[in-house]
Write a protein that binds this ligand. Structure first.
Ligand code: PEP
Ligand code: CO
Length: 397
């Protein structure tokens, strides 16, 4: 069935969302350099997260993942890292107080650079250029030079990730902040694979996930991830059928280890009611150990006033539905996954001090998808806290 895994066995599979580098010599040189660098994350720390997620599956912890949609070179500063760290901690404390269990803090940072796109090219004023794929690949400016994939960007992303991790460590008290990102840019991820005894460790982050656009049958991304010992995520969007999900679970977790797989539902407020229950039931019937988490962001993106935005009302609606569905199916709602920033941006609409559609022109800084600002993120945390408190009370009664 599955052939032997090696760090490059993904090359025999179907690759989507990969840039084409015009300079093969520069690409080889950058990958050779990366391959010789120290791991960004030690294997022992990824194993600790694996155990923490196993605890969450057993109801003894809750997984919080939050941070950047697309990390950028321009917005790299201690202030931004500190603000995100502080926001993640504030959300975690609120949820901990209500749920009565520790919250696992996992930041979408220190590696969240590469973005999947729905088209390969972007047209502006009659000109078409390659799509922006994240600062680790090319530049956001609309000109030929910026949009050409440059291998040296991977070295800069590595350096920024290393410094970000070091700053996170300095900000952490006794509770670690883990890192996570979509393992999208396969040459980069492969170059950072390290041996860990008999295992292989993806050293670019503690937790890696496969995105909704690359989680298909025969995918190079799934092949790559199956050989790593890291805890893994699978984004579950509205087109995912139960059969494919079970196939992916067999590929990524054949030994059925608890703590290994987090399923991140991102259906959208309108579709979660129809699309999530069949997946929950199929996974439960098959007995696969997973943690169910909710990403209420990616299924709720709309266009308003010329901007990509996400109404907070829809985000809260999907999150509330997630908890209700888990309760009805007698499954544990184990985590939330959000795009947010510690800066006071106006990218998602709504909230108690509402961002209006007309406000989207100012303080709209994201390089890709709209993020929650701190006040909006705290509203999301408050809803999760209220739902978890309700569940804790019901169990006690
Ligand atoms: C993301 O998390 O940034 C992302 C692109 O998600 P998805 O794969 O669920 O669309
Ligand atoms: Co995104």
């Amino acid at each position: 069935m599955a052939g032997e895994w090696t760090p490059e066995s993904w090359r025999g599979h179907v690759e989507r969302q990969q840039p084409v580098y015009p300079d093969a010599t520069a690409l080889a040189a950058a990958l050779r350099d990366l391959g010789a660098y120290p791991p960004l994350v030690p294997a022992v720390a990824a194993r600790r997260l694996h155990l923490d997620i196993a605890d969450a599956q057993a109801g003894k912890a809750f997984l919080l993942q939050g941070g950047e949609c697309a990390e950028s070179f321009a917005e790299f500063s201690p202030g931004n890292i500190q603000a995100l760290h502080g926001l993640l901690s504030a959300m975690a404390r609120q949820i901990e107080a209500a749920a009565g269990v520790p919250v696992i803090r996992t930041a979408r940072i220190a590696g969240q650079f590469a973005k999947p796109r729905s088209a390969d090219g972007e047209e502006q004023g009659g000109r078409t250029l390659p799509m922006y794929r994240g600062d680790i690949v090319n530049g956001i400016g609309f000109n030929e030079q910026a949009r050409t994939p440059e291998p040296e960007r991977m070295l800069r992303a590595y350096a920024q990730s290393a410094a970000t991790l070091s700053h996170l460590r300095a900000l952490d008290g006794d509770t670690p902040t883990y890192t996570c990102h979509e393992a999208l840019l396969l040459p980069y991820e492969q170059a950072l694979v390290r041996r860990d005894g008999a295992l292989w460790h993806g050293s670019s982050a503690h937790f890696l996930w496969v995105g909704d656009r690359t989680r298909f049958k025969g995918s190079a991304h799934v092949e790559f991830l199956r050989g790593l010992s890291n805890p893994l995520g699978i984004k579950c969007g509205p087109s995912l059928e139960p059969d494919l999900l079970l196939h992916l679970l067999d590929r990524l977790n054949p030994a059925r280890m608890s703590g290994r797989i987090t399923l991140i539902s991102r259906m959208g407020a309108e579709r979660i009611g129809n699309r999530l229950p069949p997946l929950l039931r199929a996974v439960a019937a098959e007995g696969h150990p997973v943690l169910w988490s909710c990403d209420p962001m990616h299924g709720n993106t709309v266009k308003a006033n010329g901007y990509k935005t996400r109404p907070l009302s829809r985000i809260l609606c999907e999150l509330g539905a997630f908890f209700a569905i888990c309760r009805a199916e007698q499954m544990r709602a184990g985590g939330i996954h959000v795009e947010m920033t510690g800066r006071d941006v106006a990218e998602c609409t709504g909230g108690t001090d509402p961002v209006r559609e007309a406000d989207l022109g100012e303080r709209y800084h994201t390089h890709c998808d709209p993020r929650l600002n701190p006040a909006q993120a705290m509203e999301v945390a408050a809803l999760a806290a209220a739902e978890l408190e309700h569940d804790a009370r019901a169990r006690a009664a």
